[in-house]
Design a protein around this ligand. Structure first.
Ligand SMILES: Cc1cc2nc3c(=O)[nH]c(=O)nc-3n(C[C@H](O)[C@H](O)[C@H](O)COP(=O)(O)OP(=O)(O)OC[C@H]3O[C@@H](n4cnc5c(N)ncnc54)[C@H](O)[C@@H]3O)c2cc1C
Length: 427
């Protein structure tokens, strides 16, 4: 199934400065050291870090910079990976799982240093809160806080009891939390566009409206769009759920899942009352709610998942109902924007980085946890192209499986899986 690009205009498009005039479409033949496909955070970060190392880089984007998940996301920059540490230990062992965790923390710090090094005005604010919806979640969060501290040496996250919770969130729905001051949130479209600008200033040439249709590998890789070709020594694919026929091996290992966000009208003082510490919040259900305050004091409320490639009908209204479960005090408030985007989830929800050939790299499978990790992924791929593979290979060694069922049956089987997770969330 081919994913369409979700069309509804987002709050982010409305609140970012107007984009620069569309960049040129690739026409004719070009030479480069590296071609990067995809103008999300992963692609822009890879291009920037490669250019900083002196490579001649061309970035090809099918639509415009930030058009995919990076410009639509919840904007929560969170430690860890989408897969639990327990899953990672089973997959790669204790020592490598620790390395993966440490790299996820480095990813948080990289977000902040990119913002300050390149003066990216993207409304970054610290604090992130995971919240417990059910009594069993309270024990899970308490155990998680201990594990982070005792086993991973992570000192900035701590358990928040129900009694302390109102200092962070005014909601009757939650029983306890885990606050982390090193995680935070940002305006993802401003951040992505800022990275693209930094990459261009470092010498990257970006083409928009330049979908890569196919490539031929070999010592010289040839990358083809409808009107042009890039010949390069290395190729980096950062296409998220849109990878499709460009690399069927990769497409089989991810599933494009829709997730959705609404933005309320500006709530002014009320928004500050709802979330007094300005933490971004996510519950710990599998099909989770995630939300935060915007810079202009709206509530940006995300949730739902869909395995269909069509945007759900009455999206704003169904999301508003979910929001009222959390904040019944917002009854009567208007929803100004509703939009969605696609996540690239893997079977285990661990990220999927690697090489399809010695000089053809890919970064995918962020599984809804990519705001921070995509930036680091771009840096690691640049290290690997330059010959230092060690950190990239910590990720590349994570094993991945195809989704079962082949092209025809994988969505139906995933819908069944989703039903299972919905039921599990109810327990
Ligand atoms: C609604 C939503 C909420 C989210 N919330 C969070 C959150 O709060 N925290 C978090 O950590 N993560 C979140 N995520 C996930 C996170 O946004 C992604 O993991 C991350 O942005 C992925 O970045 P990327 O660069 O890999 O992909 P994208 O940003 O999707 O970029 C891929 C780009 O590649 C282009 N492309 C694809 N194929 C081709 C081709 N053949 N030729 C040229 N260009 C091509 C696409 O047009 C697209 O612009 C969310 C995602 C969504 C959709």
């Amino acid at each position: 199934m081919r994913l369409s690009y979700p069309k509804a205009p987002s709050f982010y498009e409305a609140s970012a400065a107007p984009p620069p005039p569309a960049r040129e479409t690739l026409r004719g033949d070009l030479h480069a050291d590296v071609a990067v496909v995809g103008g999300g955070i992963a692609g822009c970060s890879a291009a920037l870090h490669l250019a900083q190392r002196g490579y001649r880089v061309v970035l090809l984007e099918a639509r415009c910079i930030g058009y995919g998940a990076s410009g639509r996301s919840g904007g929560q920059s969170i430690f860890g990976l989408a897969a639990s540490q327990h899953t990672l230990i089973e997959q790669v062992g204790r020592a490598a799982a620790q390395r993966l965790f440490d790299l996820s923390v480095e990813a948080l710090d990289l977000v902040q240093s990119l913002i300050s090094d390149f003066n990216i005005d993207c409304d970054y604010a610290p604090n992130h809160l995971h919240v417990a919806v059910k009594p069993r979640h309270v024990d899970e969060l308490r155990a998680w806080a201990d594990e982070l501290h005792d086993e991973y040496g992570y000192g900035s996250a701590r358990f928040v009891s129900g009694a302390e919770l109102p200092a962070h969130i005014q909601s009757p729905r939650y029983l306890a939390g885990l606050i982390d001051t090193r995680s935070g949130h940002l305006h993802p479209l401003k951040f992505t566009r800022g990275l693209a600008r930094a990459a261009e200033n470092a010498g990257v040439v970006i083409f928009e409206n330049s979908q890569v249709l196919r490539y031929e590998d070999g010592a010289e890789v040839r990358v083809h769009t409808a009107q042009g070709t890039v010949r390069c020594a290395n190729l980096v694919l950062c296409c998220n759920a849109y990878i499709g026929t460009l690399a069927p091996t990769l497409a089989r290992r991810i599933l494009g899942v829709g997730t959705y966000i609404i933005a309320t009208e500006p709530l002014e003082e009320r928004a500050r009352e709802l979330l007094p510490s300005n933490a971004a919040v996510a519950d710990i259900n599998w099909i989770l709610d995630y939300f935060r305050r915007s810079e202009d004091d709206r509530l940006l409320f995300g949730g739902r998942v869909s395995y269909s490639s069509v945007q759900p009908r009455q999206l704003g209204e169904s999301m508003r109902k979910r929001m009222l479960r959390v904040f019944p005090q917002l009854e009567g408030m208007k929803v100004s924007f509703a939009w969605g985007g696609y996540l690239d989830i893997t079977m285990s929800r661990a990220p999927d980085f690697g090489r399809l050939a010695p000089n053809v790299y890919y970064l995918q499978g962020f599984s809804g946890h990519g705001i921070a990790l995509t930036g680091l992924a771009g840096k690691l791929v640049a290290e690997s192209v330059a010959g230092t593979n060690e950190r990239f290979d910590v990720f590349a060694r994570i094993p991945h499986r195809d989704f079962p069922g082949g092209p025809l049956f994988r969505r139906p089987s995933l819908m069944l899986a989703m039903l299972y997770y919905r039921l599990r969330d109810l327990l």
